[in-house]
Design a protein around this ligand. Structure first.
Ligand SMILES: Nc1ncnc2c1ncn2[C@@H]1O[C@H](COP(=O)(O)OP(=O)(O)OP(=O)(O)O)[C@@H](O)[C@H]1O
Length: 262
């Protein structure tokens, strides 16, 4: 599906081309005599406003990579910078959406989103208005008085996304957010995230096991394998501007690389 040029321009103007930078990043976990090498002196650069999707075999370190960008974990050596600043701790400007949104069951949907603003010194009225805007954006305006158990898995994940967005982040880190959802819901959620990405000009890093999902929504695909990370440009700056044949070819290329790279 082609999209309007104005939307593409919105994403591509004034971008910082070295927004997320890995400089010789190594990461290993040691347990007893075993060393689990996740990354070996890897360097990469991601543009501001990019939609990067991380793929790779199970256990290669996709979540670890995301955790290091989120500031939950640190490289063993090397450094990771965002807009030129070394990441030393988590920041509300880098929001995370997990596979399971872990909502408070005793709070309403509004309550679950509102409490993410607890630390912000804003008038209650302003906070409620912000919640209403975000609920509208994720399509849950009619469910704000419901409780999590009254919502489907896809709707609960919409709450997870709303809770991340309410922090007004610059970067959205998403760890297999749609893997538990059925095909149709997953496609709807992909559309939702693409619209949010366009509207807010966010930089997104998204982990998935689905190469099809990766090629459909990304501007960049990061292939993680055997301690190295390869960045493949998706050659357009809007995930919906892909031609179906190009998508199939890219999917094949990535599958081949994952199977055969050493
Ligand atoms: N805190 C930790 N301590 C020790 N080992 C860890 C830790 N976190 C992750 N690992 C190990 O590092 C490896 C990479 O884990 P990670 O979860 O990042 O991989 P993944 O590619 O996201 O996996 P999957 O696709 O199965 O979700 C795994 O072998 C995991 O057991």
């Amino acid at each position: 599906m082609m999209i309007l040029g104005s939307e593409v321009n919105m994403v591509s103007k004034n971008i910082d081309i070295d927004y997320i930078t890995f400089r010789n990043v190594s990461k290993q976990f040691n347990s007893g005599n075993n060393i689990n090498q996740i990354l070996k002196s890897s360097s990469l650069k991601l543009n501001e406003g990019s939609f990067s999707v991380v793929v790779g075999p199970s256990g290669t370190g996709k979540t670890t990579l995301l955790n290091m960008i989120a500031g939950f974990d640190k490289p063993t050596s090397g450094e990771i910078l965002i807009a030129g600043n070394k990441i030393i701790k988590p920041s509300p400007k880098h929001s995370v959406v997990f596979q399971s949104p872990t909502l408070f069951p005793w709070k309403t949907i509004l309550g679950n989103i509102f409490c993410a603003l607890d630390h912000k010194k804003l008038p209650k009225k302003t906070k409620l208005s912000l919640c209403d805007q975000i609920l509208d954006e994720v399509g849950l305006s009619n469910y704000k008085k419901h409780y999590p158990h009254e919502l489907s898995g896809g709707m609960q994940q919409r709450v997870g996304i709303a809770r991340a967005l309410i922090m007004l982040p610059d970067i959205l880190l998403m760890d297999e957010p749609f893997s538990a959802l059925d095909h149709k819901t997953r496609e709807d959620m992909q559309d939702l995230v693409i619209n949010i990405w366009l509207k807010h000009g966010l930089t997104i890093l998204f982990v998935t096991h689905s190469i099809e999902e990766a090629v459909k929504i990304s501007t960049d695909v990061l292939i993680l394998k055997n301690g190295s990370v390869e960045v493949i440009k998706n050659n357009v700056n809007h995930p919906r501007a892909h031609d179906d044949n190009d998508l199939m070819k890219l999917k094949y290329d990535i599958e081949f690389k994952i199977k055969h790279a050493d």
